[in-house]
Design a protein. Structure first.
Length: 185
């Protein structure tokens, strides 16, 4: 399999690329988790987040927004001492606030999928250099998330989240996953 060029040789990256990245995700909680992890990735490499993903899940109670939304300073202090995650106060506090914003929404997944009329966008990019860091749509979604009280969800983070959750199929056309995912829609 000739994977997208960003994968490299790390087996964890390869597994993520082959099984998760770009697969349309419609579970509201899983989509929220993905957005939180993308927020933690800001300024770091994605492999760092992947390597710590289970630590994040343990630290954030399985990313159960109903639980996280009730947290306060004691949980922030606990997480700041947790070597299994990226220890950044602003990002930790953002996840807690984002849980509250998430719970105020009727259906986060349906809301997100409405931006693409329920179907993944299917750009046909031949090379990684053609992948944008952000788009008009990611800027629009970011603006709407921020208006709802979300943090660490700028347009670049949102576009990475759109790619990860399959709102957009950004596998390059030479990657077998592009055609596989396009055929599923």
């Amino acid at each position: 399999m000739e994977r997208c060029g960003w994968v490299g040789q790390d087996p964890l990256y390869a597994d993520y690329h082959d099984a998760e990245w770009g697969v349309p995700q419609r579970d509201r909680r899983a989509m929220w988790e993905a957005l939180q992890l993308e927020g933690f990735q800001a300024g770091l490499s994605w492999i760092t987040i992947l390597r710590k993903r289970e630590g994040f899940r343990a630290g954030f109670a399985g990313f159960a927004p109903e639980t996280v939304a009730g947290w306060g300073e004691a949980e922030v202090a606990r997480l700041l001492a947790d070597p299994g995650i990226v220890r950044h106060r602003g990002k930790i506090e953002a996840v807690i606030g984002n849980a509250r914003a998430f719970l105020a929404m009727e259906d986060f997944a349906a809301w997100a999928w409405d931006f693409v009329d329920g179907m993944p966008l299917q750009p046909a990019r031949a090379d990684l250099s053609e992948l944008p860091g952000q788009t008009d749509l990611s800027r629009q979604i970011s603006k709407e998330l921020k208006a709802r009280g979300f943090r660490f969800c700028g347009p670049t983070t949102v576009y990475a989240w759109m790619q990860a959750t399959g709102l957009v199929n950004d596998h390059v056309v030479t990657c077998p996953r592009h055609a596989q995912l396009a055929a599923q829609t």
